[in-house]
Design a protein around this ligand. Structure first.
Ligand code: IFM
Length: 456
């Protein structure tokens, strides 16, 4: 995917997506994840996750923030569902906290934790919103990490059993299942870079984690299909164009490697039964006969998370052979410094549709900033409105060019715990005051509600 950077079309921010561009029944939604919003970390029998541990390690998270309380969604979910209803959302993507329902990751279930998701799903359905359930958004039970976590081959079986529990419990009313969210981030940042839980920096651990997660995906797809025959199953991948930081041959090689690990190492084996060429040799030691047949599973849709292109530079000393490059200063950037490239979004949608030939749901897209209320208590996040306007317009252009895109979920419904950045990076349509936990819809929430009304 290495090619010249796309120049941002600044005019796109003023062009609204028009009615009748998108297919009938297009799903407008918003996404969240368990550790980032739920809080109630020690309540009602929830077990510890690797993020509870990681957040307590010195210097890992900005301001030593933790997800202990986060948005307190565990107690305030009804208020949050009311916000979704006011927005006019058609779908809501959330994740289950594995340690909330299986405190040790396997074995004895936690009925109170399971009840919480019953209540949440019921209230989402009562609001006329379709629940999209993601099994794994990074909060691995600590007890499983103690046994090796994703570096242990046994995890494919632990995950399959967890998928069975969730399918049996919720499969009567939930029909949309995602196995994983952004596996390339959770494995690369968690096992090769040390930037995410569990904070490991080791090549071999990373390759093992990748392979075992791929196996777990294949096993879980089989389990969900057998227990919920009418389920619509997918997995959520982040895909971003990867550009070399300079014209040097070394940076070009680094970009090809980053592309392999960021964009291909999960969807390629899952769809084509083969690891991408630049990773194939590294993956060999961890594969057993029959693994590829288990990993490669037909899914019903491709979940695409996209924010902006990323940049690579040569770094021979790095665990995976590439370093992270800087985006050109000339590009427009969000408040947290991510490049704004709606054209890249259009192109990645077209490219993903051609490569994987699956219906696409944009399962995350959004704009991070450091929003603050004005004197009147309003959050006028015009920059986010411009971003969303430009990106949804680009989505329409991709559809016109033939990409089969069937839904779009904003990241995120609420400001939340943004991993290593703690609470300082805000992506929400709804502002959360983390002292009082008061929710206030931002200008972007009003804009999004209006868009949904206008084009649905
Ligand atoms: O907050 C994250 C989310 O958990 C995964 N995708 C990117 C978002 C913004 O960084």
């Amino acid at each position: 995917m290495t090619q010249s950077p796309i120049v941002t079309d600044a005019k796109a921010a003023t062009v609204e997506l028009q009615k009748n561009v998108l297919p009938k029944g297009f799903l407008w939604g918003a996404s969240t994840s368990s550790y980032q919003i739920e809080g109630a970390a020690k309540e009602d029998g929830r077990g510890a996750s690797i993020w509870d541990t990681y957040c307590r390690q010195n210097g890992r998270i900005a301001h030593d923030d933790t997800g202990d309380v986060a948005c307190d969604h565990y107690h305030r979910y009804a208020e949050d569902v009311a916000l979704m209803r006011d927005l006019g959302l058609k779908a809501y993507r959330f994740s289950i906290a594995w340690p909330r329902v299986l405190p040790l990751g396997r074995g004895v279930t936690n009925e109170k934790g399971l009840d919480f998701y019953d209540r949440l799903i019921d209230s989402v359905l009562e609001a006329g919103i379709e629940p999209w359930l993601c099994l794994y958004h990074w909060d691995l039970p600590q007890a499983l990490d103690d046994l090796g976590g994703w570096t242990s081959r046994d995890i494919a079986g632990w995950f399959a059993d967890y998928a069975a529990l969730i399918s049996r419990r919720y499969g009567d009313c939930v029909k949309r299942f995602a196995t994983f969210n952004e596996p390339s981030v959770s494995t690369m940042f968690g096992y090769a870079m040390g930037w995410n839980a569990p904070g490991i920096v080791e090549r071999a651990s990373y390759f093992k984690a990748v392979h075992h997660l791929n196996l777990a995906h294949g096993r879980a797809v089989d389990v969900i299909r057998s227990l919920v025959p009418d389920a619509s199953i997918g997995i959520v991948h982040n895909r971003q164009q990867v550009y070399p930081e300079s014209d040097s041959a070394e940076d070009a090689q680094a970009a090809a490697l980053l592309d392999t690990h960021w964009n291909l190492i999960f969807p390629d084996p899952q769809n084509f039964a083969a690891y991408p060429p630049l990773a194939a040799l590294d993956m060999e030691p961890y594969q057993k006969a029959g693994d590829m047949a288990q990993i490669c599973r037909k899914t019903d849709w491709f979940g695409l998370n996209h924010y902006s292109p990323i940049y690579a530079r040569a770094d021979a000393g790095a665990q995976l052979g590439f370093g992270w490059g800087k985006s050109p200063d000339s590009a427009a950037h969000t408040g947290i410094g991510w490049p704004i490239h709606p054209d890249a979004f259009r192109e990645i949608l077209i490219d993903t549709a051609k490569r994987y030939k699956l219906p696409i749901y944009v399962t995350e897209n959004g704009c991070g900033d450091n929003d603050a209320p004005n004197a009147a208590g309003e959050i006028l996040d015009e920059k986010r409105v411009d971003y969303l306007r430009a990106y949804t317009h680009a989505l329409g252009e991709a559809v016109k060019a033939g990409a089969d895109v069937r839904g779009y979920f904003v990241w995120s419904l609420l400001d939340n715990f943004e991993w290593g950045a703690g609470f300082s990076n805000r992506f929400g349509l709804v502002y959360v005051d983390f002292k009082t936990l008061k929710r206030t819809p931002k200008s972007s929430a009003r804009w999004y509600a209006d868009l949904i009304r206008r084009v649905s």
